[in-house]
Design a protein around this ligand. Sequence first.
Ligand SMILES: Cc1ncc(COP(=O)(O)O)c(C=O)c1O
Length: 385
Amino acid sequence: MGSVGRGVVDELYRLVWPKPLKLFTAGPVACFPEVLEVMRFQMFSHRSKEYRALHKDTVERLSRFAGAVDGVALLFPSSGTGIMEASVRNFVTAGGSVLTTIIGEFGSRYREAVESNGRKAVVLEKEAGEPVLPEELDESLRKHPEVEAVTITYNETSTGVLNPLRELARVSKDHGKLVFVDAVSAMGAADIKFDEWGLDVVFTSSQKAFGVPPGLAVGIFSREALKKAENIPDRGWYFDVLKYLQYQEKEWSTPSTPPIPQIMGLNVMLRIVDLMGGKDSWLSMYSERASMVREGVRDLGLELFARKGYESPTITSIKAPQGIDGYEVYSRVREKGYEIAAGYGKFKKTSFRVGHMGYMPKEYIEEVLNSIKEVLDELGWVGRR
Ligand SMILES: Cc1ncc(COP(=O)(O)O)c(C=O)c1O
């Protein structure tokens, strides 16, 4: 085909990219050029020895990254929410209860996943901007010894708050509970030590901090959780974690067709992490970016949603100043060539967010901060500047 198809490719490109935008989104985020490059490769069978080599190498790199030697990393052809649902169906007995901690929209989604799968949710909910504190979790678990597991949103994307996962996991384990972690917007940017912290389920999506296109989810599971699943019937088919485990152990593949290009993308990113000096340097890059954004918005006189000390390394949620519509800020910044994220759900008008995941040269951050300043000037905001 080659040149014959060039016209339709250009046509489609114009449809989705009518003008260039630099991305500061909540995900999908901009990908490293190397990721886009390997995703253009011709396809090959997921039952081939070449695929097995790719799968094995990717899982081994991921396990190292997440500190999972006992824990098992598996790859799923879905977005992260699939594994949220799988955690309930595979590791909680039918009709059993789960303590769902909620600090924003994605904590609420976990509660829905629990309830819509016939399990009971006991809720510990905090105000937007607040994390869950270990003593609060301890108190809830004392009141509800019946729960089988605790769900924790590591990084709440709607408010830009990072929960103190390590401490929350310790409290949960002291009470003998399984720990399920939604790390969709955290893994790859905030540290995770799967075995050491005593986690049981951790999941993420490709389109967040690893900077890969959407379509691939990663789940990491403890031996304790996998053992429990053996006695839980009705785990379903598509998200039966034990089936994924079997295929991986038998042939380094998946029960159904995996998103091979995304796995190639993730693999190349894990290699880039090594090239950039390893996990610690990579995580430092994320915390530097986040500080740069936070300092920039504070210099503009704006306030963050997140309580001090619990700010997210991947997304900064900013309160729109009095009298200014946050969605208008988002729209105008977009017009200037920068796609930030609008406020999430009920905070659509009262906030806007700046994501700092994926491919993002430092100078882009300076540019987007200037653009936000220009927009606030245009909207006549005279802040503390
Ligand atoms: C914290 C969190 N959990 C879950 C999800 C849902 O992930 P996915 O869209 O990959 O299913 C998101 C997506 O933004 C998220 O930020």
